[in-house]
Ligand binder design. Structure first.
Ligand code: GUN
Ligand code: ZN
Length: 442
């Protein structure tokens, strides 16, 4: 069994009993074997004497299929952004462009210390994304986007209810639990206004029967909320709950515009909220009531959302932005750095139902680890390591990344992807895709 020894680091464990210790972390096979000081040797030794060693970030809302659209849908509000730019571009995806998009996204995520993601893909070609996850060694819960309703939806994204469910089930059967559990499936209905009541209800039943998650968008934008209420007579979260789309296996991206009753539903059902601060600001969607949700004991984790509404896929950006936003609203005492770091790691793992496997550095857990350089100008002088990580560090401070006990980045060089090739492929496929849409890049 291969082994990796990370020597002499500041171990930010995110384990509630013993959060920060100085020492070594030994990985044997895919799991963490020892924490603290070890006399063991290993096949690979990483010197972390000037580094923080942290659980890899868990990115709980992203669209790998949209990475290729970075910079091609700026400065629009959600519904125009979707109808004018994102849906036509998703409709134009070929298997090759989707593959390029997923590779670009995963390369960026790994370079920024993210080891695991919950991703909503597009309607077509989702197998390509699973294959990229498999090849790159990344950990992901992936869902094919479901869209069986809606106005101004390009034909290539319009689905029949039964066919959408059939395709989702086929992908679930093929991929869920593969690569020794590294790859998982989730149902991914796009949002209430893209889905029929029948589809949402069936997804609610099937997710419980098959033991998989549901990942959808909810209450992101005022127009979206008004449309749902107009069509159903219910507020968005009430509507989803009435159809069985709530519970500990459900992760709702955004949840900005919530009534007190909707907050009570989230709390009662244990539904997870995924906060996407950069996306919410850039699309002008609003600011989620994160402080209130946390006070209520509701699970809140972090997401970058897709590249065209951020335009970074970087957990450092999301941690800092999440904290600063709540401080602007409620004062500097709220959402302390340690709380935000939990949202980016162990709470993200919990949202994915993976808290027993990843999200903290503990013996027996899967070895998903990021090594972050601290001997940097913008991190000096050495202060509180958690403060450095949340408020000052950037993605380019990540030195090495390990997923499931496998090195995927060493000294900032990706090992399962060729960075130059990924960029060239993204440029080439983006040009072809934009040509197919008939849209211009801006
Ligand atoms: N709501 C429905 N689809 C999307 C999407 O692709 N991105 C975001 N941010 N919100 C959505
Ligand atoms: Zn999204």
């Amino acid at each position: 069994m291969s082994s990796i020894l990370i020597k002499n680091g500041t171990l930010v464990t995110m384990d509630s009993a013993n959060p920060i210790v100085r020492g070594d972390l030994l990985i044997s096979g895919s799991r963490i074997a020892e924490l603290g000081n070890t006399s063991q040797s290993a096949d690979v030794v990483i010197d972390a004497s000037e580094c923080a060693v942290i659980p890899g970030f868990v990115q709980t809302h992203i669209h790998l299929c949209q990475t290729l659209f970075r910079g091609a849908a700026d400065d629009l509000a959600l519904i125009d952004w979707l109808k004018q730019r994102v849906w036509p571009m998703e409709a134009a995806h070929s298997p090759a462009s989707l593959r390029a998009s997923a590779r670009l996204g995963i390369a960026e995520l790994i370079k920024g210390g993210t080891t695991c993601a919950l991703t909503m893909e597009t309607v077509n070609h989702t197998s390509e994304v699973f294959r990229v996850v498999e090849e790159t060694g990344f950990r992901a819960t992936v869902g094919k986007c479901m869209m069986d309703k809606g106005a101004e939806v390009p034909q290539a994204l319009q689905e029949q209810t039964a066919q959408s469910i059939e395709e989702s089930l086929a992908l679930l059967d093929q991929w869920h639990g593969t690569a020794d559990g590294r790859i998982r499936y989730c149902f991914a209905p796009r949002f209430a206004i893209s889905c029929t009541r029948e589809l949402l209800e069936r997804v609610g039943e099937l997710a419980r029967e098959r033991g998989v998650m549901i990942h959808t968008h909810a209450s992101e934008n005022r127009t979206e909320c008004a449309l749902v209420e107009e069509e159903t007579g219910l507020r968005n979260i009430n509507y989803l709950d009435s159809l069985g789309v709530s519970g500990r296996h459900v992760a709702l991206a955004h949840c900005i515009h919530l009534s007190n009753d909707e907050i009570r539903i989230l709390k009662r059902t244990g539904t997870h909220v995924v906060h996407c601060p950069s996306s919410n600001l850039k699309l002008g969607s609003g600011i989620a009531p994160v402080t209130k949700l946390l006070e209520e004991g509701i699970s809140v984790s972090l997401g970058a959302d897709g590249a065209p509404c951020n335009n970074r896929l970087d957990m450092f950006t999301e941690m800092r932005t999440a904290a600063l936003l709540q401080k602007a609203l409620h004062g500097p005492e709220v959402l302390a750095a340690e709380r935000v770091l939990r949202m980016a790691t162990i709470d993200g793992a919990r949202a994915l139902g993976l808290e027993a496997e990843v999200g903290s550095l503990e013996v027996g857990k899967r070895a998903d680890v990021a090594v972050v350089m601290l001997d940097r100008l913008h991190l000096a002088p050495e202060a509180d390591v958690v403060s450095s990580l949340v408020y000052a560090a950037t993605a380019s401070d990540v030195q090495s990344v390990i997923i499931d006990g496998r090195e995927v980045m060493r000294d900032r060089t990706l090992l399962t992807l060729d960075e130059t090739e990924v960029i060239a492929e993204a440029n080439g496929q983006s040009e072809l895709l934009m040509g197919r849409t008939g849209l211009t890049a801006d």
